[in-house]
Design a protein around this ligand. Structure first.
Ligand code: G3I
Ligand code: 9MR
Ligand code: ZN
Length: 536
């Protein structure tokens, strides 16, 4: 089947009633009409603006603004003989997506049956239940079931898990009303919000990853090699190994356990204490191991490395969360001394996660802060938002990615940047960057040069062939819904996209099951999208 090329791209889910609404036309500008899909009535006639030469997409683009259309309904855009996807104008066009992105995490649960009642056709059996072998200590085995599979593979890795939880906790802390919808989950009780049930599934697994003897945290839990692409989780029966303890795993574990202790305090005091104890024990390990090399895969382990040579940002984050949770001076002192070091302080990736430490300090209303440091971090944060905003204004598709942003997981860079714009709006007394954050959502959901909605199961042309083992191995035609695909990667790092080498960065994408460097899915590509949708 060939799909016809459309030159009008829109957010395929739609636009908020009161927000700016712009369709992006490629190659041809001019007059256009907005047509009500239900009755064929032309509700608006407009004309695009001037051509804009956009290098990152390799196209000349034109903007068609139809913000004046505010009546709820389903519409499409027509320009001479071309038409766009149909889309909604609604008060809450992204609610179902928000719930589905959360449900995507449920679908990645390891160690339990995904029952038809919750998983529908994407049900499958319990998986990865063997005791794990501690690498280098063949006789030492630990029960470590549970948690979320990381991605299209079945590994479970601490650092990306921590990023995911941090995004969800921050979203819940700042925008609790966004989490009122019942997903539902097996644990749904209409008291504890479902998002916290889902997060607890990962937290309980993480707690098992802490070495009882030292407080250090094993970097990851995986088989030695990735299984074939069509293997269902319950059929992946190779031995499981715990990779050596790392400082980045221990510090990010420490940070999210300290966060969790705060978040769950009123709901389950006992669990909150367990989390705090685990965080403090991890912190002790960090104190005893101030200077250890970054994690590298042991020679026989070929799964995702999540290597990172610098652990200062992770330690800074851990200190910030422990200070916010306990108010103890030692953590404040540690935070202040890490803050004097040079590293990215406004970054929310799995490599650089200093941004979480900064945000924790800026949100700290519980305890005293050092005013000078606070103001410094606050103005640095706003400056970063300003930088992203001005990059977005220069970009043909109105987003903040410059060429260096089109890497493996560019859609995470996109959503992380939108997250910064949303947070900076929260921190700023006068600026509001939320409409630029929304432009990032529009790109993700279809207003991009590929004319694709980068979330499985949503929009008129969604990603259909993600590099995701259950979606490949089950006999269900549609992929598991609710996953953000990695997105264009100008470094084209797999065989399936070699022919795209040298193409404009935003076109280095292929909706193919083999393209893990452009079309895989992960827990931490969903989570910043959940944050952004919660805050808009
Ligand atoms: O940021 C640099 C840039 O400065 C540099 O110039 C450029 C040149 O290669 O690369 C950029 O780094 C990339 C890095 O991701 C950015 O975070 C690397 O190329 C790229 O190889 C690296 O990819 C990571 C990939 O694993 C391979 O290690 C992805 O971030 C990471 O999300 C991905 O994670 C995998 C796990 O290993 C296994 N599970 C699935 C998961 C998703 O694909
Ligand atoms: O499926 C793997 C995916 O989750 C990883 O992100 C990717 C990079 O580490 O590797 C994938 O596995 C491929 C392996 O690296 C090379 N042989 C083909 C595998 C995909 O079937
Ligand atoms: Zn599993």
């Amino acid at each position: 089947m060939t799909t016809e090329v459309r030159n009008i791209t829109v957010n395929q889910l739609g636009y908020l009633k009161e927000a700016n609404k712009v369709a992006i036309f490629t190659e041809v500008g001019g007059k256009f009409e907005v047509i009500n899909n239900e009755n064929g009535i032309i509700v608006f006639e407009g004309e695009t603006g001037e051509p804009i030469n956009d290098e990152l997409s390799g196209k000349t683009v034109y903007y068609g603004d139809f913000s004046v259309v505010t009546e709820e309904g389903t519409y499409y855009i027509r320009q001479s003989h071309s038409t766009s996807a149909s889309f909604k104008i609604a008060a809450q066009p992204y609610d179902e997506l928000h719930t589905s992105l959360l449900k995507g995490l449920y679908f990645l649960r390891c160690g339990m049956d995904l029952e038809e009642k919750y998983a529908g056709p994407w049900k499958h059996g319990k998986c990865h239940l063997k005791e794990a072998i501690v690498y280098g200590e063949e006789d030492h085995r630990i029960e470590t079931s549970g948690g979320w599979h990381d991605a299209g593979d079945y590994g479970k890795y601490i650092v990306p898990g921590a990023k995911t939880l941090a995004d969800l906790f921050l979203a819940y802390e700042l925008y609790p009303d966004a989490f009122k919808t019942v997903i539902p989950l097996p644990e749904t009780d209409h008291q504890v919000p479902d998002v916290l049930h889902e997060c607890r599934y990962e937290l309980e697994w993480m707690l098992k990853m802490q070495d009882e003897r030292t407080g250090g945290v094993f970097h990851k839990l995986t088989t030695l090699e990735f299984p074939e692409l069509d293997v269902m989780p319950e059929d992946d029966l190779a031995d499981l190994y715990l990779s050596p303890i790392s400082a980045t795993a221990t510090a990010t574990f420490c940070a999210v356990m300290a966060m969790a202790s705060r978040i769950y305090e009123k709901l389950d005091g006992q669990f909150s204490e367990v989390c705090l104890k685990a965080a403090v024990y991890a912190w002790e390990w960090l104190q005893k191991n101030p200077d250890i090399p970054g994690f590298k895969n042991p020679p026989s382990i070929k799964t995702g490395e999540y290597g990172d040579a610098t652990d200062t940002d992770e330690r800074y984050w851990a200190a910030a969360e422990l200070y916010r949770t306990t108010g103890e001076k030692v953590y404040h002192d540690a935070f202040q001394s890490f803050a004097r070091m040079e590293f990215p302080k406004y970054s929310f990736g799995w490599v650089d996660n200093g941004g979480y430490g900064t945000v924790s300090y800026l949100l700290n209303r519980e305890h005293d802060v050092d005013d000078a440091l606070y103001n410094d971090l606050n103005s640095g944060f706003l400056k970063e938002a300003e930088r992203l905003a001005s990059q977005s204004k220069r970009d043909g598709y109105k987003i903040s990615l410059d060429e260096s942003g089109y890497i493996w997981g560019s859609n995470m860079v996109l959503m992380n940047n939108a997250m910064i714009l949303v947070l900076a709006t929260h921190f700023s007394e006068k600026e509001d960057w939320s409409s630029i954050a929304l432009d990032h959502v529009h790109y993700l959901l279809g207003r991009n040069v590929m004319d694709i909605c980068y979330v499985t199961g949503f929009g008129d042309r969604p990603v259909r062939n993600p590099h995701h083992r259950p979606s490949v191995g089950d006999n269900v035609e549609e992929p598991v819904p609710g996953y953000v695909s990695g997105g264009p990667n100008k470094h084209v790092q797999d065989e399936a996209v070699q022919h795209l080498k040298g193409q404009p960065p935003a076109q280095c994408f292929r909706d193919h099951i083999d393209s893990y460097s452009t079309n895989e899915i992960t827990i931490y590509w969903n989570s910043p999208a959940i944050f952004v949708l919660s805050g808009t």
